[in-house]
Design a protein. Structure first.
Length: 149
């Protein structure tokens, strides 16, 4: 297991759909991985969170970002572009978790250096399986970069 012993992982969920937020929360509540889920509902809040600005001045650096593409105020594509072009943020893994199955969205996300692209399943049980697969891969298999101060 690559997670630091005793330290919960910080996951930032950038999602504007309350139903999807609830599904992620429920799945992570039952997780084998100790985690703290932080939720913001638009792209502007996402950037404030990762840059520790405004209401998010005390936010932890996320170990993983789950990013929807279709967001108000600033799109997920813009958020991804800003994170991956910022030397202080670009090492944070970003998983695009979206309802879009568009080939153009997939290609553009990887061109913007997304670490993974996952289309949200519409079936609850499949959604739970996807979330468990994300957890297992990113927190049990992959070695994540250390947190910066």
């Amino acid at each position: 297991m690559t997670q630091e012993v005793g330290r919960p992982v910080d996951i930032l969920l950038v999602e504007d759909n309350p139903g999807d937020v609830m599904l992620v929360e429920e799945t992570l509540d039952d997780s084998r991985i100790r985690n703290r889920l932080h939720v913001v509902s638009d792209g502007e809040q996402a950037m404030e969170f990762v840059r520790r600005q405004g209401n998010h001045a005390d936010a932890p650096r996320p170990d993983l970002i789950l990013l929807d593409l279709n967001l108000p105020r600033k799109s997920g594509r813009e958020v991804l572009r800003e994170i991956k072009s910022d030397p202080d943020l670009k090492s944070i893994p970003v998983v695009v978790l979206t309802s879009s199955k568009s080939e153009e969205d997939v290609i553009k996300s990887y061109e913007l250096h997304a670490n993974a692209y996952i289309s949200k399943p519409f079936d609850f049980q499949q959604f739970v399986k996807v979330m468990h697969a994300i957890e297992d891969f990113w927190f049990l298999i992959v070695k994540l970069p250390p947190k910066h101060a």
